[in-house]
Design a protein around this ligand. Structure first.
Ligand code: IMP
Length: 448
């Protein structure tokens, strides 16, 4: 059996967690390959809501084995808390059910302190990171100064390395950010604390590439669970407003140590509209920059975002920040399909569009060239890094008033919802396999 890869086709928060949950029914292994606890995957099962940041959400199914790949950066305290939370909820977690790559890098308090200091120093140009130490952990990895999980297996070496890491960061922060009042971290106390984490996590540390490849040969199904989304990819996203890992499908191969020959499906998840948390360009944003006083846009944004009263409203799982919202952007979706090689799409949160009179889909951008002439383009001429100055060109479609949460079959959806989904399929050139109409496991409809 092969490798299936699930990726976010937008700026993260597409509802990947619940799709992983659904696809895990057939999977033997569910593996995270990138990012760290900046991710927040929410899964609702039988009235219980699980919010997972590091452990793959597919582990909630008792037949699966969870894997945290070498491409992930791990905050050990968050991981241990998550293990405990799952155990308390009745999910069995032990070294036979969860494997952590020996080559995954560790997020220490030094990484978190650096993330904070850098963001503060950037001022108005801040990226709007989750302040979880993600960027610095990947920077240390690329610098070849990072701490890997395998270091935990030798407690003396690990204590020394952690202490040295903290001491060095104390000096760096003190030297670089003189205008910030940063108290030095207690390197000895942190090293001791981290040694305790190492003791608890050591039994889980394995060569996950070996395990996964042997399993693929035995015809087991591996599901790779992407975190964040295509437009936050370090190389292919809206740079510099991106995360520090490769979120796209190719990241799964690097982040798990699996060859491209095993890939079968690449499932892209997109919301029926667009959201983004943090700073950076967002051409179809409603009520954003330049439109904050437009009551119509603000009301529409409120409709899409929700009030925050429900767990599915558009407020960050990790940070609680209200998400920026807007119309679905097909220029960016086509880009995500190309960069990932997406073979089929899942469209989430279709139910949120109920009650809107009309809907818009952005199918092209308009911009003015250096000669002052207007140009229309359907594909990004130079990637998504520079989207300033582009204006969305919209298609209008009729909305529907009917609530669709309780519907279970494609034929039951209103004609306008069919038209909306099918138009997305047509404009994207990729089949939409499923739509979600609510947050529960059962509220997913397969297209017929
Ligand atoms: P970092 O990953 O914390 O460095 O943040 C970099 C950018 O990625 C910021 O705009 C974050 O808001 C965004 N980001 C990181 N993780 C997620 C996620 O899981 N969902 C949505 N946005 C994310």
């Amino acid at each position: 059996m092969p490798l299936d890869i699930l990726v976010g086709a937008q700026w993260g928060d597409e509802g990947k967690g619940r799709m992983v949950d659904l696809l895990s029914v057939q999977a033997d292994y569910v593996a995270r390959y990138n990012g760290g606890d900046n991710a927040g995957h929410t899964v609702n099962v039988g009235g219980q809501t699980f919010k997972l940041h590091l452990i793959p959400s597919g582990i909630i199914h008792s037949h699966t084995t969870g894997v945290i790949g070498n491409g992930v950066v791990i905050n050990p305290l968050i991981l241990l808390n998550e293990i405990q939370m799952l155990r308390q909820a009745g999910v069995s977690i032990n070294p036979d059910r969860l494997h952590i790559s020996h080559a995954a890098h560790i997020i220490t308090p030094a990484c978190i302190a650096e993330d904070r200091a850098r963001e503060q120093a950037r001022g108005v140009d801040k990226i709007g990171t989750t302040l979880r130490g993600i960027g610095p952990a990947y920077t240390h990895k690329a610098n070849r100064t990072g701490l890997r999980m395998e270091t935990m297996l030798n407690s003396e070496e690990f204590a020394q390395a952690t202490q040295a890491d903290i001491e060095e960061t104390n000096q760096t922060l003190n030297r670089l950010y003189t205008d910030q009042d940063i108290s030095p971290m207690d390197a000895t106390a942190i090293a001791n604390e981290y040694c305790q984490y190492a003791q608890q996590l050591s039994p889980y540390i394995r060569d996950i590439s070996l395990i996964l490849n042997e399993s693929l040969i035995k015809k087991r199904l591996v599901l790779a669970e992407g975190a964040q989304g295509t437009l936050l990819d370090l190389d292919h996203g809206t740079y510099p407003y991106v995360t520090s890992s490769n979120t796209i499908s190719a990241g799964a191969l690097v982040g798990l140590g699996i060859g491209a020959n095993w890939v079968r499906r690449i499932i892209g998840v997109t919301k029926a509209f667009q959201t983004r948390v943090g700073d950076g360009p967002f051409p179809t944003e409603l009520g954003g920059k330049g439109h904050v006083d437009d009551p119509e846009q603000v009301a529409l944004a409120g409709h899409l975002r929700g009030t925050g009263a429900n767990p599915w409203d558009e407020f960050g799982t990790t940070t609680g920040r209200p998400r920026r919202v807007g119309w679905l952007d097909l220029v960016l979706l086509r880009y995500a399909i190309r960069i990932n090689g997406i073979t089929d799409l899942t469209l989430t949160k279709l139910d949120i569009l109920s009650g809107l009179e009309s809907l818009k889909i952005c199918n092209a951008y308009r911009s003015v060239n250096s000669k002052g002439q207007a140009e229309i383009y359907k594909d990004l001429p130079m990637g998504p890094g520079n989207l300033t100055g582009v204006e969305p060109v919209y298609e209008m479609l009729p909305g529907w008033q009917q609530k669709i949460r309780d519907l279970t079959r494609w034929e039951q959806l209103p004609a306008e919802a069919h038209a909306y989904v099918l138009r997305i399929q047509e404009l994207s050139g990729v089949p939409v396999q499923m739509v979600s109409v609510g947050p529960e496991r059962s509220q997913i409809i397969t297209l017929t």
